[in-house]
Design a protein around this ligand. Structure first.
Ligand SMILES: [Mg+2]
Length: 334
């Protein structure tokens, strides 16, 4: 059986109502202001349902939109509002290399190298249920990419929360000969102890954080010395308002920030952060269902050239507009 369609219905109350207290969670600008009646603010109500997960993602979208508006009204790119340029351009790593046949994978890796990327990341294809044979197949993916691009390129590998602590501890020694720059999300995000254990277990640096939320979540990760790289995504952690604080906290712990997924809302934070040496970059491919927004709805997204992206000094906000031509390929469902 397969779920083919999901329907949602919104029910609106039309009976008698008690009026809301004044200033009851109505003004998203309250993100930055806590007037005396703090129980009535957006921030306060976020505490009930929005500390992690989908509600914080929605809050992030609002916050990012407000920073865009702020940039546009000040006629400045957002990275200038955050303190300005810290690097001439942003080095980006090619992030794709899904598990596939060795010759295909090697070809793809070489293509990124030829395009000028100095770093790239592959995805593992197997986990604990695939046993020792799956472990060897995972190792072969890393070996294939390393041999295709040589030692002068950074290679990273992503387990996307798919392993267990036990499995990761058995994989790490097998991966050491390939000197990965990092192993990403080896265990579930809540297993902070597991992260910390793996970080001190072997030679391979451990990266994570794309499924963590808010300053508080990253304080816990950093205090536990659980990761070597922080990979927050501004559109999950609470927007620019939270991302800039997390970036500062990470800097104080000497843990670099290399955000998840790239995109303008992250690139502007990277550009304004000394402690952010690189960003992720998804090479453009044909539409993947679920990922359309990465490439197809907005015009103005920076494209990688010779392994770098740049942000314009004279384009206000995040520099994005809705791509009206592409919009015709989207069906809007109410
Ligand atoms: Mg990842």
């Amino acid at each position: 059986m397969k779920i083919k369609e999901i329907r949602t219905r919104v029910f609106r109350w039309r009976g008698k109502i008690t009026p809301l207290p004044p200033h009851f969670c109505t003004n998203p600008m309250d993100l930055l202001e806590l007037p005396q009646a703090s129980m009535g603010t957006f921030t306060f109500h976020a505490l009930a349902f929005g500390r992690k997960g989908i509600a914080m993602v929605a809050i992030s979208a609002l916050d990012i939109a407000l920073w865009d508006l702020l940039g546009k009204s000040a006629r400045q790119p957002v990275f200038r509002l955050l303190g300005g340029r810290t690097k001439p351009r942003i080095p980006v790593y090619a992030s794709r290399l899904y598990a596939s046949e060795s010759n295909e994978l090697a070809k793809e890796a070489k293509r990124y190298k030829d395009e000028g990327f100095r770093a790239m990341k592959l995805r593992f294809g197997w986990g604990p249920v695939d046993g020792a044979e799956g472990m060897q197949r995972n190792v072969n993916l890393v070996r294939t990419v390393r041999e295709a691009v040589g030692d002068g390129i950074d290679v990273m590998a992503d387990a996307y929360m798919g392993w267990t602590l036990d499995y990761a501890k058995r994989m790490l020694p097998l991966l050491e000969p390939f000197h990965l720059r990092w192993l990403e999300e080896p265990v579930i995000p809540d297993d902070i102890q597991g992260y910390a254990e793996l970080k001190s277990y072997g030679e391979i640096p451990i990266a994570g954080g794309e499924h963590e939320f808010t300053l508080s979540g990253f304080r816990d990760l950093l205090q536990a010395r659980a990761v070597d790289y922080i990979q927050f995504d501004t559109n999950r952690v609470g927007g620019i308002t939270q991302a800039r604080k997390i970036a500062a906290l990470a800097e104080a712990h000497a843990i670099p920030v290399i955000p998840h997924a790239g995109q303008m809302h992250n690139y502007h934070v990277v550009m304004a952060s000394f402690n952010s040496p690189m960003a992720e970059y998804f090479p453009i491919v044909d539409v993947e269902v679920g990922n359309e927004l990465f490439w197809y709805l907005f015009a103005g997204e920076s494209k990688a050239k010779d392994g770098y992206i740049d942000l314009a000094d004279d384009v206000p906000g995040f520099g994005l507009t809705i791509d009206e031509a592409k919009l015709r390929d989207f069906e809007i469902l109410e």
